[in-house]
Ligand binder design. Structure first.
Ligand code: AMP
Length: 215
């Protein structure tokens, strides 16, 4: 193992060198495919650049495929730190990203999700498929149950989540959810505004004075 890169063995959570200080760590959930609309790729690039330009850390699923690879590359190119967490079974399918500063190859999906959640200060979902939805809804439901209190957002790039947000409002009207539960997730169409809100509401601007000037 060389330089600062840590390629962890299956189920290992060890890192040979301590992670350098970073002002915030954002977990991004997004498609393992690029999708048909170039606006989705643009959103993934913009999110990666926002994180990287502020010296932040991206935590994501560790693949090079689709929007996942796009956000990782954009973060790294903009100067950010990238932590990928991928189950052994998906190393080939999702093209494990050896360019990560830390690439953790874990035993299963449960370990992946637990590590991604543990290493992040906030979560944001971009366009994606059922894997993205599952990850978003899990951290949302964990928050409603009090397992964590990390800000969670939906980037509604080019209206991708319009219908889902309409349906969720219908769930409130139909009595299966309350407004406070909806309030546990922030949605927005502008990546910079949403990311700044998530990072600020994680309380990080109070912990890191330097961050005040960049968000
Ligand atoms: P998708 O949105 O379906 O393209 O998947 C995006 C990412 O979510 C990929 O890295 C998938 O491996 C991951 N994923 C799929 N199913 C799950 C799950 N049950 N829990 C966590 N991540 C998942």
């Amino acid at each position: 193992m060389t330089s600062s890169k840590a390629v962890a063995a299956a189920t290992s959570t060890t890192t040979p060198t301590p992670a350098p200080a970073h002002p915030f760590s954002v977990c991004v959930f997004l498609g393992s495919r690029p999708g048909e609309n170039p606006a989705f790729t643009q959103a993934a690039v913009a999110v990666g650049e926002w994180i990287g330009e502020r010296g932040g850390q991206l935590v994501y699923g560790g693949g090079r495929s689709g929007l996942m690879g796009t956000v990782a590359e954009a973060t790294r190119k903009a100067g950010g730190r990238v932590v990928g967490v991928i189950p052994q079974a998906l190393v080939d399918k999702e093209l494990a990203n050896q360019a990560c500063d830390e690439l953790h190859i874990v035993a299963n999906m449960h370990e992946r999700k637990a590590m991604m959640a543990e290493r992040s200060d906030a979560f944001i979902a971009l366009p994606g498929g059922i894997g993205t939805f599952e990850e978003l809804f899990e951290v949302w439901t964990w928050r409603q149950l009090g397992y964590h209190d990390k800000p969670t957002g939906i980037l509604n790039a080019d209206g991708y989540y319009d219908n889902m947000l309409t349906f969720l409002k219908q769930c409130v009207g139909d009595g299966f959810m309350d407004e406070w539960q909806m309030g546990l997730v922030q949605s927005g169409t502008d990546h910079a505004t949403l990311l700044a809100q998530l990072v600020e509401s994680a309380g990080l601007s109070r912990q890191h004075d330097a961050l005040k000037s960049v968000i």
